[in-house]
Ligand binder design. Structure first.
Ligand code: SF4
Length: 392
């Protein structure tokens, strides 16, 4: 079986990935950094309050959103892992100490509420529980990513190792490293298929030396993993939707007549006050992989004014919908500038480079957190910024 372009060899990984977790706190320039996995991005009001309390009492008072719909706390004391882990476990945010770093799971935003071919939320719950229940899957790299797309095409193109894409309400495609494998299942077999592909990734990874962090790093990874997924029928392959250029923002009418409010969080940084406001507004919110939040199941859109007043962005024309940044100074010692402060100043003074095009500000060449697709890079040089326009 051949899937997509053949890769001869992936990057040679000589160390185990060091992705931070809630218990495995990474030491950054501004203190400890912990990452809290939020499968499918779904958080209850009680969980928002628990995270807010942890940020206020243990960290620097803010919570960052990551491009995988997870959360990060910064400025933690070096030994914060135990205390934070206990709080998160109590809030239901740490169901497994052994598997916490591998629970990276994206799901279509608004699935089951507005649009989409089916509701992927039950898949998220089922996959996460099965992942945590299988000891061998704790060996997955912390970079491993799954994505469940309900057919709207919002997360299928985000480069997950294993993905599910609904093709209609009875047919689901298995994606491997963002490419259609041709393997199909009915919706009730989708989670089992994603788990089978996950186990197959681990087996193929072991066969190739056991050092790869991502499925795409394996030699002919998608084809070889597909061969290890037994007994599934093979269909005509489809083009996987690219990362969408526009996302829901503002008020969205749900299928049940209620309202969801989709907001961008400037530079992905939520304050404790934001968390409290979100918890007051809804029983559950969803974090998005584009550093936003969705407040669902509202009677109407009147809460939009409160969110906007708090600094969240519901205007599709806002420059904040097009600007992202890495941590920069003071959080990252490698940074040549306080990129967040500089990007904020450029937004506020309407002086964004490249005519305000979609852009990512970074403190060094690594360009951490860079979104996919056509993005202008604004890279700190130590004596200003270099603007790298995307190739046509
Ligand atoms: S891009 Fe460079 S400066 Fe920014 S967070 Fe990554 S390593 Fe640090």
């Amino acid at each position: 079986m051949t899937i997509g372009p053949s890769r001869t060899i992936g990057p040679s990984r000589i160390r185990v990935d060091a992705c931070p977790g809630a218990l495995q706190v990474h030491q950054a320039a501004d203190g400890g950094l912990a990452r809290i996995r939020v499968p499918g991005g779904a958080l209850t009001a009680a969980q928002l309050r628990a995270v807010g309390a942890a940020a206020r009492e243990l960290g620097d008072g803010a919570v960052e959103l990551t491009s995988r719909g997870n959360l990060q706390l910064r400025g933690l004391p070096p030994d914060a892992g135990r205390e934070l882990g206990g709080r998160l476990a109590e809030a239901g945010l740490l169901p497994s100490e052994t598997h916490e770093r591998v629970r990276n799971l994206l799901a279509s935003v608004l699935s089951g509420r507005a649009g989409g071919l089916l509701d992927v939320r039950p898949w998220v719950t089922e996959f996460d529980a099965a992942l945590c229940a299988e000891p061998a899957l704790a060996a997955l790299p912390g970079r491993y990513l799954a994505a469940f797309d309900d057919g709207r095409g919002d997360v299928a193109g985000l480069g997950a190792d294993v993905g599910l894409l609904a093709l209609d309400d009875r047919t689901v495609a298995l994606l491997l490293a963002g490419v259609d494998s041709g393997v199909r299942t009915a919706p009730d077999g989708a989670v089992g298929l994603a788990l089978a592909a996950t186990r197959a990734f681990l087996r193929e990874r072991a066969a190739q030396g056991g050092t790869a962090w991502r499925l795409a790093e394996l030699t002919d990874g998608p084809a070889r993993v597909a061969e290890r997924v037994d007994g599934a029928p093979v269909g005509t392959r489809v083009e996987v939707p690219a990362e969408p250029r526009t996302r829901p923002i503002g008020a969205v009418r749900q299928d049940d007549g209620r309202t969801a409010l989709a907001a961008v969080v400037p530079l992905g940084r939520l304050t404790v006050a934001h968390l409290a406001l979100l918890a007051d507004l809804a029983a559950e919110i969803q974090l998005t992989p584009w550093r936003g939040v969705v407040v669902s199941d509202l009677a109407d859109g009147s809460a939009a004014a409160l969110l906007a007043e708090a600094g969240l962005v519901l205007d599709p024309a806002s420059a904040w919908t097009r600007v992202t940044a890495c941590a920069g100074l003071p959080g990252c010692a490698k940074s040549r500038a306080d990129v967040r402060a500089d990007a904020t100043a450029a937004v506020v003074t309407r002086s964004l480079p490249a005519g305000g095009a979609r852009q990512h500000w970074a403190g060094c060449e690594r360009r951490c957190g860079r979104p996919g697709g056509a993005v202008v890079d604004v890279v700190a040089t130590g004596s200003g910024y270099r603007i790298d326009e995307p190739a046509d």
